[in-house]
Write a protein that binds this ligand. Structure first.
Ligand SMILES: *Cc1c(COP(=O)(O)O)cnc(C)c1O
Length: 334
């Protein structure tokens, strides 16, 4: 029996319809700027997120790196959550490649960074300090939708203090579908936003960075430097366009599956499961239950990651009956 792969929403395979769209894509050389499918995607995603311009990127990591480097010069600093992807899970690229100093700040359980912490971390204009240039937030964060009032307050504070704002929106469409607020509105408080097509949207590859025209022009140069100038990238952009057409609304199914999964695990001794807002379920295990649990679940056909805190992610390739099967396995083997 095929394992139920809940390790990430990046494990999806392109659907036959997506492959057909990729096959049929009109292409050019995107480094010359003449791949019509890439250009169409860039126009579409910029409009969808309410920004002037967009750049198609190979990965979310590269989108974020190009964003940080286009916002900050060497010796500048960005404020970011301790648990944020751009700080924690991108190989330290901002520091390594951009000579940008991260100033990590505590993330609260809901993914926010306290306004007092942001304000206290902004350095005065003094030769002792790196120049604080940018506030970077993430939505969704650990599968949670950032509260709109918080986003408004944090970005207003940043603006008042002369900082630019970037949103890592790898799962912004999950946030939009879960909250019923259009992605464009979630993006509005930020100068720039990155989104991923290869997570819940089910494309094999791809991300986009959106923002003002002059910013995107700077990001284009950095993308080239980073080796992200792709040639007949329209084959990939076609998958992203297909995903925008067919895979956004259906994220609600992933969210419903995640809730069903979490609900099915309530009441197990030594197991704590919060009801998820989107497609990521965290299972906290009593310490004595944790060793070997991922391996044991894998033997019974359920793949996930973690140790004391397991992470299970629903997606396009997981159906409601898979969730029932997963619940049964988890109830027996956690
Ligand atoms: C996945 C992810 C990214 C980018 O990851 P890539 O694998 O490089 O596409 C960035 N931010 C968050 C929050 C993510 O989940």
């Amino acid at each position: 029996m095929k394992p139920i792969d809940l390790r990430s929403d990046t494990v999806t395979r392109p659907t036959p319809a997506m492959r057909a769209a990729m096959m049929a894509a009109e292409v050019g050389d995107d480094v010359f700027g003449d791949d019509p499918t890439v250009n169409a995607l860039q126009v579409r995603i910029a409009a969808l997120l309410g920004k002037e311009a967009a750049l198609f990127m190979p990965s979310g990591t590269q989108s974020n790196l190009c964003a940080l480097m286009a916002h900050c010069q060497r010796g500048d600093e960005y404020l970011v959550g301790q648990g944020a992807h751009t700080y924690r899970y991108e190989g330290g690229g901002a520091a390594v490649m951009g000579s940008i100093q991260p100033q990590p700040l505590a993330n609260q359980p809901d993914g926010t960074i306290r306004l007092e912490d942001i304000e206290a971390a902004i350095k005065p204009d003094d030769a002792h300090f790196a120049r604080t240039r940018l506030l970077a937030l993430e939505n969704t964060f650990g599968g949670q939708v950032l509260p709109a009032a918080y986003v408004e307050a944090a970005t207003s504070l940043a603006k008042r203090k002369g900082l630019a704002t970037h949103l890592d929106g790898a799962r912004l469409f999950n946030a939009a579908v879960a909250s019923g607020v259009p992605a464009r509105q979630l993006a509005a408080p930020f100068d720039t936003v990155s989104v991923c097509f290869s997570k819940g949207l089910g494309a094999p590859v791809g991300s986009a960075l959106v923002g003002p025209k002059d910013f995107i022009a700077r990001a284009l140069r950095i993308r080239k430097m980073a080796g992200g100038g792709l040639r007949q990238a329209g084959i990939l952009a076609a998958a992203a366009l297909h995903a925008l057409d067919h895979h956004v609304e259906r994220l609600a199914e992933d969210h419903a599956n995640a809730r069903t999964l979490a609900a099915g695990l309530q009441g197990l001794p030594g197991v704590t499961v919060q009801l998820p807002q989107t497609n990521i379920v965290f299972i906290d295990l009593a310490p004595e239950r944790a060793p070997g649990v991922v391996e044991r679940l894998a033997e019974h056909g359920v793949l996930c990651t973690g140790l004391y805190r397991l992470r299970l992610v629903t997606h396009l390739d997981v159906q409601a009956d898979d969730i029932q099967r997963a619940v049964a396995v988890l109830r027996q083997h956690l």
